[in-house]
Unconditional design. Sequence first.
Length: 529
Amino acid sequence: MEEVRKAPGGEAQTHMTEGSVQKVEVPHGESKTHLTEETVRKLGEVPQGEAKSHLTEDSVQKDEEVPQDTAQTNLMEKSTQEVSEVPQGAAKTHLTNKIGQEEGEAPQDAARTILTEESVRKTLEIDKGSEAQLLSWQIKNFTKKGDNYACEVTSVVVQYAVDGVPREKTYVAKMNRVYGSGQFLGMMQTYFVREGTCYLEIFPRMSEILERYGHHGIRIPKAYYGSYEKGKEVLLLEDLRAKGFRMYDRRRGLDVPHATLVLQELGRMHAASILLERSLPNRSLNKTWDVFSEPWLEDENVRKMFQSMVSNQLEGAAEIVEKVPNYEHVVKWIRNIKDEAVETYFDSLLTLNTKFSVLIHGDCWTNNFLFRYDAAGVPIEVMLVDLQYMRQVSPVLDLNYFLYSSFDGHDRKTNFQAFLSTYYDSFKSVLEAGGAPVPFTYEELRREFNDNMMFGCLSAIFLVPTALSEDDDVVRLEDITDDNMDTFSKDRQQKFVRMSQRAGSALKDRLLDTFEDMIEAEIICERHK
C-alpha cells in the first residue's frame, strides 16, 4: 500500500485503486497536507496486480538506483546543509504508527514524529535548485529493529520535475525519539541539536579546510535540512544506498580491511577538528558552538540516574564470568568498581587535556559506519554516521570505544599495533598538510590509550550486548524516565545474562577477551593461581 502526498500545482502522479492508495491533493494556496491514521496505512511497494504509477520508467528519471538488499542497509542519518525551522502555524503532516510495515520496522512512536511538505520542499530546493518543482512525496521505512537506538530513521521518496521532466530522489529522515520524561528527554533533545549543528555547520567547514590542503572532505552523508522544534526534531539527509553503501553485520567483529577504513577516517576527522579550531577567531570549538556544553554530566541527579543502569550492567557481567575457572579476581574487581564506574566514565568525557584535544565521534561502533565495496566484495570507502555524541576530548576515547565494542578479541590483539599506526599516520598526514604541529608522538598516543583502557573496558560492557542483540533483546530507550530507570536497568541486566547463555552467542567470549586485555595491562590485578 502506498500513500502519496501531492504538492500544490502538480498533477496527480499516481493512479491506483481506492483500496491500494489514499491520495491527498492540496488545493492551490494551501501548502500542507494533514494525514490522519485513516489516511496512512502501508507505505511499502504496491503489490503486483494492483494499479501502478501513471509515470512509466521512460518518463521518470531517477537520481539513484536503490540496491535490492535495502532492508539490510542502515540508512544514514544525515543530509543537512541549512537549518530551516518550520514556520509557526504551518500545517504539519503527522505520520502514524501504521507507516511502512512492509518496508521494515516502523518507527516506534511514529504518531509523534512529523515531516512536513515545507521540509521536503526546502530539502529539494537546497539539493536540486529553485527550478525543481515538487510533485509528490511518500515515506518508506527501510530499517529494522536494532538498527537505530537514539533516533528514528526512515526515507522520503520525492517525485519532482525539472524543465517538465519528471524525476525521483530519495532522502533519509532522522527524527528524535520521543523519550519518556525528565533529564533523559532533555539530554536527547540537546544531542539532536548537536548532531544537526555538526552536519550543517561544523563538518562543512572541516571539509572545506581539508579540500583546501588537497584532501578529501570528511566522509559523512550530505545534510540538507534541519528543524529542532522540541518533540518534532528532524534532519533530512543524503540516502547513501544509491551509492552502494551498506551496514556491516553488527553481530560480527570487524576485520582488518573494514577497520583500516574507519581508523583512517577517524584520524582525518580528528586532525581536521584541530585545523578548524586553529582557524577560529577565538581558537575554541566549545566557545564557538555551545552545543558541546554538557552540564548534566556533572549533575548529581543525572549521575545517580545512570548509576543504576551502569551498576546493573556490571553486575550482569559479573554473573556471566563468575563460573569461569580462575576468574574470581575478575568478578571481585567488577563488583568493586560498580559504585565508581559512572564517575570514571563521565569524568573521561569531561577531561580536556590540551595536548590530546580533538573533536571525537563519540559513538564509534559498527552500526555507525556504512561501507561501499568493489566488485570483489572488498570494502573501499566508509561513511561516518550518527554524530549526536561528538565532543572535544582525547582521541583515544574514540579509539578505545571502537576497538573494544566492534572486534573479536583475537583480531584486536593481533592487529593492535597496526591499527594504532594506521590511525596515527592518517592523523599526522592531515596536520602536516595543513601546516599545523602534530601535538603528540605515536609513543605518547600509545601511553594515552593505555591510560584510558578502563574507558574501553566499560564501553565494551555497555556496547557489546547491544552489538550482539537479537530482535527480542533490543531495548526501547524511549521508555526510560527518571522514575523507572532502576526497573529498566534490572530488566536490561537480565537480558544481558540470558544472551550469554544462548547457543552460539559470542557475548561471553567477547567479555573474556576484554578482561584478559585488562589483566595484561594490570588494570585488573591479583590473578589467583
